[in-house]
Design a protein around this ligand. Structure first.
Ligand code: NDP
Ligand code: ZN
Length: 362
C-alpha cells in the first residue's frame, strides 16, 4: 500500500540515524500512526538502551491504542536487556503492525510476529524489505556467519595506482573523499591494516573528520611483531589496538602489552584470514574496515572474505610499471578466477568518483 511505504520510509530514516552506533545490535526505527497522523517516533540508537518501539509507543501514549506501528525490524519476543517489544505493542493495544524485515537472530526469528498475531494484531511483513536488509547488512551477516562483515576500501588514480613508483601516496584523492572515509571508519567496529602499511605510512586510523565519535578498534596483521613501539597505533592511546601475529614469545608481546596493546598468536605461522575473522567474530567484532595495503587486500579476496568493496578514484594518471595497485600479492592467474563484482552505487565526491560494489554471489 502506498501509505505503508510512506510511513515505513520514515521509520527507515529514523533507523538510519543509528547506523554505525548500535553494534552489536541492529539499527531500528519505529513510527506510530493513528487516524492518518504520526503520533510517535523512535529509534534504537545504542546497545543497552531502549528499543525503537519503546520510544515510539511512549511518545504516542494513549494514542497508541488502535494505531498502526511501522517497524523496520521484527519486534523482539525475548527478554534481553529490555522486556520484549512484542509484549509492549500488545499491552499498548495497537491494532496493526507493519514489519519491513524479519529478525535473523534465532532468539527472535518469526517469534515476535507470531506472538503479535496470537494476540489478534494484524501483521504485514515485507514493506521496503530490501532497504531494511541493506541498512542492517552488517548485523545480518554477523548473525548468520558469526564473523564480521568485511568492507575493503582503497583510493587510487584513474589508472589504478595507489602510490607512485617512488612510494608517494599522500594524497591521491581529495579531502572530501578522505572525509567520507572517516565517516565510514566510524560506521565499523574495527579497522584492519597490514604491518607494511604501518611501517610506510604510520597511520593513526582514527576518526578525525566530522563529529567526534568513538574510534573503532585498530587491528594490525603482523606475523613477527615488526610494528614499531613508537608507531601511532601503539603509542597514541587514541583507540584500542590489537596486533595479530603468527606466534611470538611472551617477552616480545610484553613490550606491547605494557602499552595497552593486545597481542594475539594465531594457530599457524602464516596468518590465515579465515582464522582472523573467526577470532574477531568471537570477540564480538561485527564489522571490519580493511584499509590496505595491497597484500592484505589480496589475502582477503583470496579467502573469499570480502562483503563490500569501496573504491575512491581520483581523476589523475600516475603511471609507472612499478607503481603499486590496490590488490597486490599474487593476484589471480586466470580471468575465470577474478573476483567479479556487482556495482551498487556510483557517486562523485568533490572531484573524485566513489564506487560501492559487492562480490557477485556464486
Ligand atoms: P600491507 O600493508 O598489505 O602489509 C602486508 C604485510 O602484512 C605482509 O608483508 C605481512 O608481513 C603482513 N601480513 C600478515 N598476515 C598477512 C596476511 N594474511 N595477508 C597479507 N599480509 C599479511 O603491505 P603492502 O606492501 O602490500 O602495502 C603497503 C603499501 O600500500 C604502503 O606503501 C601504503 O602506502 C599503501 N597503501 C595505500 C592505500 C590506498 O588506499 N591508497 C591504503 C593502504 C596502504 P609479515 O610477514 O611481516 O607479517
Ligand atoms: Zn525490542
Amino acid at each position: 500500500m502506498h501509505n505503508d511505504e510512506h510511513y515505513m520510509r520514515l521509520a527507515l530514516d529514523v533507523a538510519k540515524a543509528g547506523v554505525g552506533q548500535t553494534s552489536p545490535n541492529p539499527a531500528v526505527g519505529a513510527v506510530v500512526v493513528n487516524g492518518g497522523t504520526v503520533v510517535g517516533l523512535g529509534g534504537h540508537l545504542k546497545a543497552g538502551e531502549p528499543h525503537a518501539e519503546v520510544y515510539a509507543i511512549r511518545m504516542a501514549g494513549e494514542k497508541a491504542r488502535g494505531a498502526t506501528v511501522y517497524v523496520t525490524l521484527e519486534p523482539c519476543s525475548h527478554y534481553g536487556k529490555t522486556p520484549p517489544c512484542a509484549d509492549l505493542l500488545i499491552q499498548a493495544g495497537v491494532r496493526r503492525v507493519v514489519v519491513a524485515t524479519t529478525d535473523p537472530n534465532p532468539l527472535v526469528a518469526g517469534k515476535g510476529i507470531a506472538k503479535l498475531r496470537q494476540a489478534g494484531i494484524d501483521v504485514d511483513v515485507g514493506v521496503l524489505k530490501d532497504e531494511a536488509d541493506e541498512l542492517n547488512r552488517m548485523f545480518f551477516h554477523y548473525i548468520a556467519a558469526k564473523t564480521p562483515f568485511v568492507t575493503l576500501k582503497f583510493a587510487c588514480s584513474l589508472d589504478g595506482k595507489i602510490a607512485t613508483a617512488t612510494g608517494e601516496s599522500k594524497w591521491i584523492t581529495s579531502s572530501a573523499a578522505r572525509e567520507d572515509v572517516h565517516r565510514l571508519r566510524a560506521q565499523h567496529d574495527a579497522i584492519l591494516v597490514g604491518v607494511n602499511t604501518v611501517l610506510t605510512d604510520n597511520p593513526k586510523l582514527t576518526v578525525r573528520f566530522g563529529e567526534k565519535r568513538k574510534n573503532p578498534l585498530r587491528i594490525i596483521l603482523d606475523t613477527k611483531l615488526r610494528t614499531p613501539l613508537d608507531a601511532h597505533v601503539v603509542a597514541d592511546k587514541e583507540a584500542e589496538t590489537w596486533i595479530i601475529t603468527g606466534g611470538v614469545s611472551r617477552e616480545q608481546a610484553a613490550a606491547y602489552e605494557r602499552l595497552g596493546v593486545r597481542v594475539f598468536s594465531m594457530p599457524t605461522a602464516q596468518i590465515d584470514v579465515r582464522d582472523v575473522l573467526r577470532l574477531l567474530g568471537e570477540q564480538g567484532v561485527m564489522s571490519l574496515f580493511v584499509e590496505g595495503g595491497s597484500r592484505v587486500h589480496d589475502s582477503f579476496l583470496r579467502a573469499g572474505a570480502v562483503n563490500e568493496v569501496i573504491a575512491y578514484i581520483a581523476p589523475k594518471l600516475i603511471g609507472g610499471r612499478g607503481a603499486p595497485t590496490p590488490v597486490g600479492g599474487l593476484g589471480f592467474a586466470r580471468l575465470a578466477e577474478a573476483v567479479e563484482l556487482d556495482i551498487r552505487r556510483i557517486e562523485t565526491i568533490g572531484p573524485d568518483i566513489k564506487i560501492v560494489a559487492a562480490p557477485k554471489r556464486k
